[in-house]
Design a protein around this ligand. Structure first.
Ligand SMILES: Cc1cc2nc3c(=O)[nH]c(=O)nc-3n(C[C@H](O)[C@H](O)[C@H](O)COP(=O)(O)OP(=O)(O)OC[C@H]3O[C@@H](n4cnc5c(N)ncnc54)[C@H](O)[C@@H]3O)c2cc1C
Length: 538
């Protein structure tokens, strides 16, 4: 069996998206969304319908061999984005099913995949993914849930007795099937456990800041006996590796949530700014409104979209892992979505602060995306560590090649300049072991994210000849200009803050990174902002 499909054709994806739109328009209108949020209610009927025969949304991420559609990363990206535009709570229920299924897809034996995935496909089962514990949050390896082997009459392992408490489990109270990470003698391992297994109980739903339409509970395992053939892969100790293998996909899905929620908030802010008149004209005529609350967020969301599409294309092309890229996509898109949603409240003034206009709900909902599936800080830690090593190992070639690719593809020179400068900055920082300071490493991770998203958007804009080509080119230029400025100023700040570099060394670094050229990458930015504002109003 293959692990995951390379994707469905455009027509089928279009059909899935259209059907999703029809069902959510019918079942998840504004009154329902507000009610679910206010009542803290999981819409069980709606989720059943999404997983039912008409839509069968879960079939998208199941392999064809078991009756799924074999959807790829791009398909998941698009569906997640559209669901997030409607309601991130419901979208989260869907994410948790995909997460729960993933250990079976990547870690299950052929027999286990046929058995469990086949049932999920046929019965539309709600699945939950149980990894987090009170003492094992970001540090999953600290898990305390124990899987104790129980010998059969012939001495082989007949079953495992599992005990422990899982914290913050999405769909915890409504799932029919759980994939639970527990510590077996051979190391952390995933087990498939059914809802009615004796000893499995669930806690009360958490009362949450946002995504209140999703169900989040503790899952308590008190001596739950699980047959040995429900250990995924039937070999102990593979759980963390199985979890790691799917981060490219799962973090891309959460990135799509940030993107979708941010886009919806931005669209509402634009509409409102065009309609609402103050001081004799629409707010949208005020540069202080558009260039603060609209344009910067539109630019970052375009960059997030370009980067997510790039990662999806690489995953669908069969590249394994892409863990760091999944981290960059999630970190950048979810932070951009949060910032856009926050600005949308401001753009609505006092009305933005009320439930009626929904932007405050989007803001509360999207807040979770920088926390679950690895916090922003954990993503920064992954990005910083890997890109530091990669840059040092290649003596800077990793980013210089990225710059060369941007130039070869006709992309914006500022993005190439920023990538070249980042290579120098990481090497200069490494020369005095500065990235060993976590603050410095996180700042370098942030710069890497700015530069890589700028490179992705520059290349996408250069390729584009459609109706949005002018808008994309302006966004690419603006984002690259900001990235170039950031590499120049943050890079110098890091060196100065450390106290490790002499004035001569700092001047040499300025020359090597072409400091003045990096700042000059913002020449003409005001005109570009005007153009983006104009284009978005259209
Ligand atoms: C609504 C919701 C749904 C969820 N759904 C699921 C689910 O379905 N399944 C599941 O298994 N889990 C789920 N989670 C758990 C979620 O993934 C964890 O909450 C998250 O990974 C963070 O763990 P923690 O809450 O223990 O925070 P902690 O790990 O305690 O982190 C607290 C803070 O410290 C920072 N921090 C941690 N380590 C470092 C470090 N090394 N360097 C710098 N800063 C650091 C973090 O970024 C964060 O800001 C869910 C959580 C919520 C709130």
């Amino acid at each position: 069996m293959s692990t995951r499909g390379g994707g469905i054709d455009e027509e089928t994806l279009g059909f899935v998206l259209d059907t999703l739109k029809t069902v959510t328009e019918r079942r998840l209108g504004k009154a329902t969304r507000l009610h679910l949020d206010e009542a803290d209610e999981f819409p069980v009927d709606l989720v059943d319908e999404l997983l039912g025969p008409e839509l069968g949304l879960h079939l998208l991420f199941l392999p064809e061999e078991v009756g799924g559609l074999g959807g790829g990363a791009y398909d998941l990206l698009r569906v997640s984005e559209e669901m997030a535009r409607v309601d991130l709570g419901v979208a989260t229920a869907f994410l948790a099913i995909a997460l729960g299924v993933d250990p079976i897809i990547v870690g299950g034996t052929d027999e286990q995949r046929t058995r469990w995935l086949g049932r999920i496909a046929d019965e539309g089962l709600i699945v939950a993914y149980g990894v987090t514990e009170a003492a094992a949050g970001s540090n999953v390896a600290a898990l305390l849930t124990i899987a104790e082997p129980l010998p059969g009459e012939d001495g082989s392992i007949r079953a495992y007795r599992i005990s422990g408490t899982k914290q913050f489990i999405t769909n915890g109270g409504v799932a029919r099937l759980y994939t639970i990470l527990a510590r077996a003698p051979g190391g952390p391992s995933f087990f498939v456990i059914e809802r009615d297994a004796p000893g499995l109980t669930v806690g009360a739903p958490e009362r949450k800041h946002g995504i209140r339409a999703s169900n989040t509970t503790q899952v308590i395992l008190d001596g739950v006996e699980v047959p040995a053939d429900q250990l995924l892969g039937e070999v102990e100790g593979q759980g963390l590796e199985q979890a790691n293998r799917v981060f490219g996909f799962t973090r891309l899905m959460v990135a799509a949530f940030g993107l979708g929620a941010g886009e919806e908030a931005l669209a509402r802010a634009i509409r409102y700014g065009l309609e609402r008149k103050q001081f004799g004209e629409p707010l949208y005529r005020k540069q202080g409104f558009t260039h603060k609350l609209i344009v910067p967020h539109a630019v970052r969301l375009e960059a997030a979209r370009a980067y997510c599409e790039l990662v999806a294309a690489r995953l669908d092309g069969g590249e394994p892992g892409l863990q760091v890229e999944g981290s960059i996509a999630k970190y950048f898109a979810t932070e951009a979505g949060n910032a856009a949603a926050d600005a949308a409240i401001q753009a609505h003034g006092g009305y933005g602060y009320t439930h009626e206009y929904e932007v405050e709900k989007i803001r509360r909902d999207v807040r979770i995306t920088t926390i679950y599936e690895g916090t922003s800080e954990i993503q920064q830690s992954i990005i910083g560590t890997h890109r530091w090593r990669q840059t040092v190992r290649t003596k800077g070639a990793f980013y210089r090649e990225m710059a060369a690719e941007v130039r070869a593809g006709g992309g914006d020179e500022a993005a190439a300049l920023a990538a070249d400068a980042l290579a120098e900055t990481i090497l200069t920082a490494h020369s005095k072991k500065l990235p060993r300071e976590q603050w410095a490493m996180f700042e370098l991770a942030r710069l890497a994210t700015e530069v890589e998203t700028a490179a992705a958007l520059a290349r996408k804009a250069a390729r584009s000849d459609g109706g949005d080509a002018t808008l994309l080119a302006a966004c690419a230029r603006l984002h690259a200009g900001t990235a170039a400025h950031d590499v120049a100023t943050t890079g110098e700040r890091l060196l100065r803050a450390s106290g490790l570099y002499s004035d001569e060394e700092i001047q040499a670094h300025r020359a090597a990174t072409r400091f003045d050229d990096l700042l000059a990458a913002n020449d003409g930015a005001l005109e570009l902002m005007n153009a983006v504002a104009e284009s978005l109003a259209g």
